[in-house]
Design a protein around this ligand. Structure first.
Ligand SMILES: Nc1ncnc2c1ncn2[C@@H]1O[C@H](COP(=O)(O)OP(=O)(O)OP(=O)(O)O)[C@@H](O)[C@H]1O
Ligand SMILES: [Mg+2]
Length: 435
């Protein structure tokens, strides 16, 4: 069966190979899904159809009543998925027209794109515009922000630094590599990073520092922002977030990404599982079609879906060793780069001694804050080594209490995720209340 696909609003010449293939793949998949016809032969061409973004003409269309009935769902699903493939700035509005091949010749050769009146539009297309309005509304909720951290304060091992540098080099030279040297013919120009490691090791900080280095704003979204209580809303929110990143040319940072990146579930029995699966599938589609930079952060990398793993550059953010801890202490006590710290420190501060505590970056930050509070509470105007050591001991004690509370669960608390720590803390509180 022969189909004929015409790009009316933006002109074929503007479609690069990847986009053209993306569009054709979507059309084929949706046509097969809706009409059960696999061997659809597609030709592409240029035509002008007022009011429509895409015209899809079928040779056999009038002779296949069953196809005719299903064409509505094909049109709607295809048009929706194409929002991910076609850049928003091209003005694509989801108006996909289907007609007979012979009718193409009768379409007016008019380049001006008039919007058909809503009565003229098929019902699905009217619904579609409202879907797109919904994405735009969702996108508005995700405003890109200036990054809060730079690389100056971030302490990384040489290995992690060179992994991040390599990704940044690709991003900084994208135009040269993918456009001038044509690498986009063999690989996608998008860069998808996945930062994984235990809590407080600098994943969020690194994502912000990357955005800063690239001179871009950042959109932060966590799994909780995307997941929705309302059935079927997750994929829509996901699309809205990717749309926001495209519109604002921002780095997209998706935190707590483990649930999203895990393997899709087989033998789905419940609506909630179905919802997770459709969100994961949508994530794959959105990633496939996104040209920008996406950074995921997660505490867990087990059970990742291979489909994601092959697309992501995974970088492990390890817990700091003694040398790294000394630098983190330094960066949290003294001014570094643009960070304006003026902690009035006594000269007895000994970073080597402080770094002996097996702390992650966040523990160190918390200990510094605690030491400053302790000094102020004691009515002093300076912070000395003893204040810092006391704060370390308080932090250590907090970690040990957590360790004790978690012994039954067998969790290694220093490597636990923030959620695990919270869960253990509330269990411990319940136990104490029950005493
Ligand atoms: N490698 C590091 N270098 C310098 N500071 C760090 C580093 N890691 C953590 N910190 C300090 O700890 C704070 C918290 O780190 P961050 O939020 O980046 O951790 P995270 O890995 O994203 O944790 P979570 O998994 O809980 O989200 C930072 O704002 C910074 O003050
Ligand atoms: Mg984080």
């Amino acid at each position: 069966m022969k189909g004929y696909l015409l790009f009316s609003c933006f002109g074929e010449e503007r479609l690069d190979k990847r986009r053209r293939e993306g569009i054709l793949r979507v059309v084929r998949e949706e046509f097969e899904r809706a009409c059960g016809i696999r061997d659809l032969e597609i030709e592409t061409g240029n035509c002008r159809a007022p009011g429509y973004d895409l015209v899809f003409a079928l040779e056999e269309y009038p002779r296949l009543p069953n196809v005719l009935q299903k064409i509505g769902s094909f049109r709607k699903n295809t048009a929706l998925r194409l929002f991910d493939v076609i850049p928003t700035e091209w003005g694509y509005r989801g108006n996909l027209h289907t007609c007979r091949l012979e009718d193409i010749r009768r379409l007016p050769a008019d380049e001006t794109k008039e919007e058909p009146s809503s009565e003229e539009k098929p019902e699905e297309e009217r619904g579609l515009s409202s879907d797109f309005t919904e994405y735009r509304e969702i996108a508005k909720q995700f405003e890109a922000q200036e990054p809060r951290f730079t690389f100056e304060r971030l302490v990384l091992s040489d290995e992690v630094r060179s992994q991040l540098d390599a990704s940044i080099a690709i991003l900084e030279n994208r135009e040269k590599l993918f456009e001038q040297w044509g690498l986009k013919a063999i690989m996608s120009p998008s860069v998808l990073l996945n930062l994984y490691g235990s809590s407080g090791t600098g994943k969020t900080m690194a994502a912000e520092a990357i955005a800063h280095r690239l001179g871009k704003k950042i959109i932060r979204a966590s799994y909780a922002d995307i997941e929705s209580k309302f059935h079927g809303e997750g994929p829509k929110r996901l699309k809205g977030i990717f749309l926001a990143a495209r519109q604002q040319d921002a780095v997209l940072f998706i935190d707590e990404a483990d649930s999203m990146l895990s393997a899709r579930l087989g033998n789905v029995t419940q609506g909630s599982e179905q919802a997770i699966n459709s969100m994961r599938s949508q994530l794959l589609i959105s990633l496939e079609n996104h040209d920008g930079i996406v950074i995921f952060a997660t505490n867990l990398i087990e059970n990742y879906d291979k489909a994601f793993l092959t697309r992501l550059v995974c970088v492990e953010m390890k817990r700091p060793d003694q040398e790294a801890r000394e630098k983190i202490w330094y960066n949290h006590l003294y001014p570094v780069g643009e960070v304006k710290l003026h902690i009035p420190l006594e000269p007895d501060v000994d970073l080597v001694r402080l770094a002996a505590f097996d702390f992650c970056g966040r523990d160190i930050r918390n200990a510094v804050k605690q030491a400053c509070i302790n000094a102020v509470l004691a009515g002093r105007d300076t912070v000395c080594q003893q204040d810092l050591l006391n704060a370390c001991m308080q932090t250590e004690k907090g970690l040990q209490d957590l360790e004790a509370a978690s012994r039954r669960g067998g969790v290694r608390i220093r490597e636990a995720t923030a959620e695990e720590k919270n869960r253990i803390l509330s269990q411990a509180a319940e136990l104490t209340a029950g005493k």
